[in-house]
Write a protein that binds this ligand. Sequence first.
Ligand code: CNA
Length: 459
Amino acid sequence: ADMSKVRGRRERCGGPPSVAVVHGSGTPCDPAQPGRATHSGILDDLSLMSVSEQQTLLTRPRRRNPNPDLTFTPPRGSSQAGADVHGGSSGCVPSPGTPLSGPVSRAPPRSSPRGALHTIGRLVKLGRLRNVVVLAGAGISTASGIPDFRTPGTGLYANLAKYNLPYPEAVFDVDFFSDDPRPFYSLAKELYPGRHRPNYVHYFIRVLHQKGLLLRMYSQNIDGLEKMCGIPEDKLVEAHGTFASASCHLCYTAFPAEEAKKAIMSDGVPTCSFCSATVKPNVVFFGEDLPEKYFQHARDFPRADLLMIMGTSLQIEPFASLVNTVRSTVPRLLLNRHAVGPFERKPLRRRDYMELGDLVDSVSRLARILGWHAEIQDLLNSQEGGTLPAMMSDPQSGEGEQMDQQQSSSLGAEAQARRPAQSSSGGPVPSCSSEESDSSEPDGRNPVTSVPSIYGRLV
Ligand code: CNA
C-alpha cells in the first residue's frame, strides 16, 4: 500500500461515503506459519471451549430493545451507524433506528469459569501469548468516571443535546467547530487530563507490560489515563490524539497547551496569535490525519499473538478495521458490555473469544486467573498514596526510561500528541509507513500481506 496516500480519518458511522462499520470476521491474511504447529495445536484444543460457549450464546433468547427511543438519527443522507447487537448476522448494514449501543438491560453477562477468560488465561500461563496488542476505547475509562460516547443516558453524546448539534459526531467536525467551538470545548472540559484517575483496567494493561507481554496499546481515548498509570510512551499509540498539545485549527500554528486549557476551562475561546482563528487541542477530528505513530500498526499487528479489544463500540474508522488485521490464527478477545464489530457474527470466528459485562469485573477475573490481582491492587493503592512505582519501557531487559509517578502524570502536559503534520507549504505531510523497513519480521513470521480496507480511505 502506498502509505503516503493514507490519511487516517474518523468516520461518521454508517454515513456514506464513509460507511465503515466493521462486520464479519475479516481475516485478510493467514499465511501458513511454519514452525508454529504446536501453538496451533494447543489453540485448536482450547478453541473447543469457546465453541461450547458459542452454543450457549446461540441458544440464549435475545431481548429486543426495550426502549426504542434510545436510537440515534443519523445526519441526512447517511445510514445508521452501529450494528444490530440483538441478533443481526454478520455482514449486515443495520437499518435506521438501530440503537447505537446496547442498553444495559441486554442479556446477562456470561461468567462461565471455562469460558473466554480461562482459555486466554491458560494460554498466557502456558507462555503462548507474548505479544499482546490491546485495542481500547472509552469503555476502559468509564470506571474512572468519564462517560463514554454512546451509552444511552450517560454517554457524552447524550449530554451535548443542549447544543442542538445536527448530529452527535458534529462535535468532532472541524467545520462545525469553526462555526461554534462551544460543544467541543464543553466536551473538552469533561475529558481534560487531570480530573480523573486510571482504574483497574488501566493498571491491568500496565501489568501486562510489566510482565513483558504488551507489544502495544492502541487507544482511542483522549483522557491521558494510559500515560498517567505508567504505560510507557513507546508502548502506547494514542490514535485519536490528545489534549497534550494544541494548535490553530486553521493555520496549524502551535499554541501553548496549558494556555489553551486555561482558557477552555474558564469558558474562554483561545485564539491563534497568527491568524486569530480558534485554537483546538490536538484531538483528531473527522477528516483529519491520525498521528504518524498510528501507522506503526503495519508492523505490530503481524507480530501480535493476542488481540485484546476492550471498551469500544468499534464504530470509528480506521481504528475499527484494525481488528481485522491480525492473522486468522491469532486469538481475539473482546471485553465489552456487548458484542461489537466482528464479534456480532454468529457463530464467532474460530479463536474469537468474548466476555460480556462490566470491564472491571471481567478484567479482574482475568487478573485473578493469571495471579495478577494483588499486584494490580497494590498499584491502585500506590496511586492513592501517591507512590506509584517507576515503570520501564522494557521491563524484561531492565533497560529503558524510568518513569516516576510525577513524570507519568505530567506527561499529559507534554507534547505527546500529533496534530496533523504540516509541510512548510501548510499542506499535510504524507503519513509515513513503517512497511518498507519491515518486510521481514525479526521472529520470522509473515507480515500481513493483504491490505485491509483502511488503506483505501483517502480523504
Ligand atoms: P463508544 O462508542 O462510546 O463505545 C464505548 C463502548 O464501551 C461501548 O460499546 C460500551 O458498551 C462499552 N462500555 C462502556 N463502559 C463499559 C464498562 N464499564 N464495561 C464494559 N463495557 C463498557 O466509544 P469508543 O471508544 O468506541 O469510540 C471512540 C471514540 C470515543 C474515540 O474517538 C474517543 O476519542 C472517544 N471518547 C473518549 C473518551 C475518553 O478518552 N475517555 C470518552 C468518551 C469518548
